[in-house]
Design a protein around this ligand. Sequence first.
Ligand code: C5P
Length: 402
Amino acid sequence: MLKGKHIILGITGGIAAYKSVVLLRLFVKAGAEIQVVITPSGKEFITPVTLSALSGKPVISEFFTANTGQWNSHVDIGLWADAMVIAPATASTIGKMANGIADNMLVTTYLSAKAPVFVAPAMDLDMMAHPTTTRNIEQLRADGCHIIEPGTGELASHLTGKGRMAEPEDILAEIERFFYNNKSLEGKKILITAGPTVERIDPVRFISNFSTGKMGYALADEASRRGAEVTIVSGPVDISPSERNIKVINVESARDMLSECEKAFPDCDIAVMCAAVADYAPKETAEKKIKRENSDRMQIELVKNPDISATLGRLKKENQLLIGFALETDNETENALRKIKNKNLDLIVLNSLNDEGAGFGKDTNKITIITAKDDIQSFPTKSKREVAVDILDFIETKLHPQ
Ligand code: C5P
């Protein structure tokens, strides 16, 4: 899909630079012509020999090539490129780009490039969360860069948090989509529920679950890239969409989520129920913090939450599609088919807790799609971003949204 495209691959000095080799391979395999530009500290992590062998071009790092004195023109490279991809982008390079500090070949080339620029940040969680980094990334967004969000997981420091560079396959997918320019959902309105719900017991305690919202937000991003007008009704999560035009309505409880969905649904073409809605909520929420009693037991009376997907299933019109998710531990297919019927769904995405790599908090998922017409398709473990692509491809080709 990238046949003949000229791509500058910018590599900076972070541990994730080893993944740039894989990204370079993927780009070359996809038919792109790659010019690597690496910062001096990038070379501490990965050698130019590997990169030039794989790209088939000398790697550029300095303004002048030392032994010949040849000037490397950042202007020419900038104009040659159809895209510039900086992966990994360290906090330092992001800061320099945001502020025009052109003290190396990579940032100078960035300032000369007229092509779209993709930035895949990678750093330790505290650097990632620092207001300086947040500010600089926002500045790059405002300057028109495409930020390829880092994932959450174990970092080189052995700490766990947000800062892992997006996987090379995901970066490739993002660039391919950019050139492919698939606007197949243009004009469609999509409602997505995501994250957990939080059911208050008192002002400081609640019932909830481990859902992080990653799958719902990945779907929202992919639908938005395809041109859809997307609204997420989201329980409390720590993430935000990567795409700019997505509307997020934040809610806490299942009842709040239902009321927002009821408002948005009549106007929608497709609704995807990705949220992990708590099945029960405390009958009453205490106004003041409940005090510990002398008794060894305490009881909270729970009442059933409304089923949002089933409610929308009852409201659903001919031209609307309703998609559900199911997390099952046993009799998976049978239970999924029952839910399709009971909730009047068109399709259910089954992720099984029996599968490694599927489920809450992970960056990957392994799904089986089952339709109301008993069409079943299983997919291998993939990143949630790729799973979102599979789900939307399936919906578009098999259900033909009207
Ligand atoms: O019945 P179960 O909870 O397994 O069904 C899962 C599907 O139903 C998911 O799509 C989930 O978002 C949706 N759901 C809902 N409201 C509930 C419970 C589940 O929308 N109260």
